[in-house]
Ligand binder design. Structure first.
Ligand code: ADP
Ligand code: MG
Length: 378
């Protein structure tokens, strides 16, 4: 049976239950007991470092790999699992790869209409070219298009089949910085406008934050955390997520008498992150650079060690003196109007907005550290 979008409207577009996959000749599973539901009409990004199993997860969904265990449903139809198998071409899936994989000898219209049959074909090709803003380009050859236009053709080709879901594997990584920012806004506009369910794979946190309704952070074949971009960035649950998604400062501390306060080497820090840890519990705290505000009246003293002017902010490394002669380097974002120079003695305060409590922390680790080091100052 082929999968169609309307199969079971209330079902998740994609549902993985306990899916595992180990490649022959390897010992560690590429995907390890993955359970995940993706709602129709949403954009999800599988985000994680190289080798964490993102592409394998996409290939399992697409049917290019078979799971060793677990089951996969698309729009309520079991496509892989004990005794069940639907071939890739019958799963109703569109794919867009990093290299746009257009047929070089076919024009845009033929690339988009490839595999479409019947009288509806021309109408559908015109419709999806209009959706991606390439109406006047039907007769162009792929080599006559820019990288961004080629990518839109690849998307049009995927949309032409009215897929249940479109899968994208690192689609922005071959684009230069400006085009990348433009294309992810453009993709998001097209996908939301057409109500398409989309799953992206990326190792780039800024792509993931910009394009997604939901981010699934993966590590070693497993899900480390999932949530909205804001939840993932603002309240990472583990050190791994805090470090991987944006840079952060990690401090050790203990939950204070009141749950919204944490005692750290920098003093008592207020946080808005809700948790149910009892007072006194040792924790690691992630404090984003955005949560440290230079302020002449602030309670914490430090000395500027490095500054990087980015246009939008001044990223400063501030050396802070702690108890017993220890020091720590913290990343602080200053407003670009501020005058901040190496060697300056400064004061700052900790704002509660980007303070996250990480319960998995090994609290006996270094009492306070910043991570990772700032890029060199030009
Ligand atoms: P990602 O896309 O996150 O970089 P992959 O899903 O490609 O990760 O790979 C996950 C793990 O599986 C890695 O350790 C990788 O080396 C391994 N792997 C991927 N494809 C194969 C394959 N065809 N044969 C053997 N091992 C593979
Ligand atoms: Mg990959």
């Amino acid at each position: 049976m082929a999968v169609r979008p309307s199969e079971r409207p209330s079902a998740p577009a994609i549902e993985l239950a306990g899916v595992s996959k180990t490649y022959p000749g390897t010992s560690a599973p590429a995907v390890d007991d993955l359970t995940l539901a993706i709602e129709p009409g949403t954009i999800t990004t599988l985000l994680g470092p190289s080798g964490c199993g993102k592409t394998t997860t996409l290939r399992l969904i697409a049917g290019f790999e078979r799971p060793d265990a677990g089951s996969i449903e698309l729009a309520g139809v079991t496509v892989a699992g004990p005794g069940a198998w639907v071939a890739p071409e019958r799963r109703g899936i569109g794919m867009v790869f990093q290299e746009h994989a257009l047929f070089p000898h076919l024009d845009v219209s033929r690339n988009v209409g490839f595999n479409l049959r019947g009288r509806e074909r021309d109408r559908r090709v015109a419709e999806v070219l209009d959706v991606v803003g390439l109406s006047g380009f039907a007769r162009r050859m792929p080599h006559e298009l820019s990288g961004g236009q080629q990518q839109r053709v690849a998307l049009a080709r995927a949309l032409a089949h009215e897929p249940v879901v479109v899968l994208f594997d690192e689609p922005f990584s071959s684009l230069d910085a400006d085009l990348r920012v433009h294309m992810r806004a453009e993709m998001r506009r097209i996908l939301t406008g057409t109500g398409t369910t989309a799953v992206f794979v990326s190792h780039d946190q800024s792509d993931a934050l910009a394009i997604s309704d939901r981010i699934v952070v993966m590590r070693e074949g497993r899900i480390e955390q999932q949530g909205s971009p804001r939840e993932i960035y603002q309240f990472p649950h583990t050190r791994f997520v805090a470090d991987f998604v944006g840079r952060t400062n990690l401090l050790t501390g203990r939950i204070g008498a009141d749950a919204s306060s944490i005692d750290t080497d920098l003093g008592a820090i207020a946080c808005r992150h809700t948790h149910d840890l009892p007072p006194g519990t040792p924790v690691v705290v992630s404090v984003r650079a955005d949560s440290l505000e230079l302020d002449a009246e602030g309670p914490v003293r430090g000395r500027i060690k490095e500054t990087t002017y980015t246009g939008r902010s001044i990223d400063a490394v501030v050396e802070v003196e702690l108890a017993e002669g220890r020091t720590a380097d913290l990343m602080v974002h200053a407003h670009p109007e501020q005058v901040v120079e190496c060697g300056d003695e400064v004061r700052f305060r900790v704002l509660p907005d980007f303070v996250a409590v990480i319960a998995d922390g090994d609290a006996s680790a270094a009492a306070c550290r910043a991570c990772p080091p700032a890029e060199p100052t030009r």
